[in-house]
Design a protein around this ligand. Structure first.
Ligand code: GLC
Ligand code: CA
Length: 549
């Protein structure tokens, strides 16, 4: 049995991964063709973001038909072949399930619009407070009010995301049944697990105005969320211990995650939380420019690490996904220490307690593209906020600066396979521009270079397999207040491991509580180490993993 605690997951955003028919969009056949590359990295699972029928307003997170492959991505035969080829290589597929909402083009919603009472009850329709006033003042995560008026019905429907993503009504048992059927269908097609999109938002509480925030407190980790997840688990994936699940938890709390991802396996295998990726926000406001708060980053990560362990719950650990900017641009130093900082960041995450996720191209040290024109941005959230920021009075230049840092498109540029035009991603015109550094940041070059970021990630994946302490050990933060070092200790059955990382470009000396010369160096991002007794001198972005039996 694959133990998800010893596993690493590789996330693929098919649209930007590899295009096999020259239409500029990556496809499922592209994933098949690159399976050997993924195998070379050594990962156990691939998480595939949505490839179902969709108008692509939100790149597939707006599903119009859960049972078919969107022709843009290929056919059901392609999917079946992919599942079979992956299996041959010992890789299992985790499928992305978006059940908080459907596309407004979904047949259910279309019927609801026609006034069919059965399907109206699949969604959340409500009367306005008074003519012209939406039921509540909640804000959509993509900007604007979260309710859309439908004249023919004289009612509003709720959309926590884009106006074409209508929230499903989980109170309706029929909706929950539909969802179960979809999951069972994909298990039958060979899915090895699931990632559940914003799944902690499915249980809506009271529909009240929020005078303190944007409304999220009324639907986040809502009143019936644990009940719904248990029901789903029992009716579908819970019957097969091989199926691994991860929930994307928006603005969640530790207390809820103890249950979502508890060892008893009643809900999910593990959770994504995002608090550690808001350390360059102002509170919940992402569309600002502030330097990242290193102390807060460590405090949050360690708090989750220690408390989830205490409560026997399991984390997904990660820096990157298709909604986040590239980590080396965010917390590393692309200009002067690109390679060192990318490797250091990889080590910090992969030696934590939890299942690590690698987002396509992270293993190459891919960077933000630095787009300078709005036409280069394709993401609905980015485009909306570009407008909203200027409506709030920011200059266009300022709005661009913010997008360059925070836009989700930062991670959605094509995978950089080689140094040729379009980075070897497509022979046609890519749907989104390629980042202009693929002459040296590309898979071909990094597979050949024994010192590359790719090779470092490959070692990290292997370390988790070779050393049980990484998968099963306890974790203890070290010197948590240190202004530049991110250090922790893992312990397991008498073994000990130190993970010591300089997060900045300045040399620093760090003191341990014991003699470090007794330890073996398992991994580092420099040729040698400077260890003297209990002291270690760390060069810019230096990262060292030490182990003692
Ligand atoms: C999740 C997805 C994101 C999507 C949103 C709405 O956060 O990761 O890409 O836009 O849910 O489905
Ligand atoms: Ca294609």
């Amino acid at each position: 049995m694959t133990d998800f605690r010893k596993s690493v997951v590789y996330q693929i955003y098919p649209k930007s991964f590899y295009d096999t028919n020259g239409d500029g969009l990556g496809d499922l056949r592209g994933v098949i063709e690159k399976l050997d590359y993924i195998k070379e990295l050594g990962v156990d699972y691939i998480w595939l973001t949505p490839f179902y029928i969709s108008p692509q307003r939100d790149n597939g997170y707006d599903i119009a038909d859960y049972y078919h492959v969107d022709p843009r991505y290929g056919t059901m035969e392609d999917f079946e072949e992919l599942a079979a080829e992956a299996k041959k290589r010992g890789i299992r597929l985790m499928l992305d399930m978006v059940f908080n909402h459907t596309s407004t083009e979904h047949e259910w919603f279309q019927k609801a619009l026609q006034g069919d009472p059965k399907y109206k009850d699949y969604y959340i329709f409500k009367k306005g407070k008074e003519p012209g006033v939406p039921p509540t003042n909640w804000e959509s995560k993509f900007g604007g009010n979260a309710w859309e008026y439908v004249e023919d019905l004289d009612e509003y429907y709720l959309h926590l995301f884009d106006v074409t993503q209508a929230d499903l009504n989980w109170e309706n048992p029929q909706v929950r049944k539909e969802v179960q059927e979809i999951i069972k269908f994909w298990i039958g097609k060979g899915a090895g697990g699931f990632r559940f999109d914003v799944v902690n938002l499915i249980s809506k509480g009271e529909f009240k105005d929020d005078y303190e925030g944007d409304g999220r407190r009324f639907y986040t980790d809502g009143p019936k969320i644990h009940e719904y997840l248990r029901e789903l688990n029992e009716a579908t994936f819970g019957t097969d211990a091989e199926l691994v699940t991860v929930g994307e938890m928006s603005s969640t709390t530790l207390e809820n995650c103890y249950h979502y991802a508890g060892e008893d396996g009643k809900e999910l295998s593990m959770v994504f939380s995002f608090h550690h990726l808001k350390v360059d926000f102002m509170g919940n406001e992402k569309w600002v420019i502030v330097p990242f708060d290193f102390q807060k980053l460590k405090d949050i990560i360690f708090d989750w690490q220690v408390k989830m362990a205490e409560h026997k719950a399991w984390n997904a650990v990660f820096w990157c996904n298709h909604d986040q900017p590239r980590v080396v641009s965010r917390f590393g130093n692309v200009k002067n220490y690109w390679k060192e900082s990318a490797k250091m960041l990889g080590t910090v995450v992969h030696c934590l307690r939890g299942t690590p996720y690698i987002y396509q191209g992270e293993e190459l040290g891919m960077t933000n593209p630095g787009f300078t024109r709005i036409e280069q941005y394709k993401d609905v959230e980015s485009r909306n906020h570009f407008r909203i920021l200027q409506e709030k009075g920011l200059s266009e230049e300022n709005a661009y600066q913010i997008l360059q840092i925070h836009s989700r498109d930062n991670s959605r540029t094509p995978m950089q396979w080689d140094e040729t035009k379009n980075a070897g991603f497509t022979t046609g015109d890519p749907w989104i521009e390629v980042t202009k550094n693929h002459s040296y940041i590309n898979a071909k070059a990094e597979l050949e270079d024994p010192d590359s970021i790719f090779q470092h990630y490959k070692k990290l994946v292997q370390l988790r397999k070779d050393y049980d302490i990484i998968a099963y050990g306890d974790i203890e933060p070290l010197d948590q207040k240190n202004p530049s070092v991110f250090a922790y200790r893992r312990t397991y059955q008498g073994e000990e491991m130190y993970v010591i990382n300089n997060f900045y470009g300045k040399e620093v000396t760090w003191k341990a509580d014991k003699d470090l010369t007794e330890f073996c160096v398992l991994l580092s991002n420099y040729q040698d180490t400077m260890i003297h007794g209990n002291q270690v001198t760390l060069r810019p972005y230096e990262s060292i993993v030490l182990h003692k039996k």
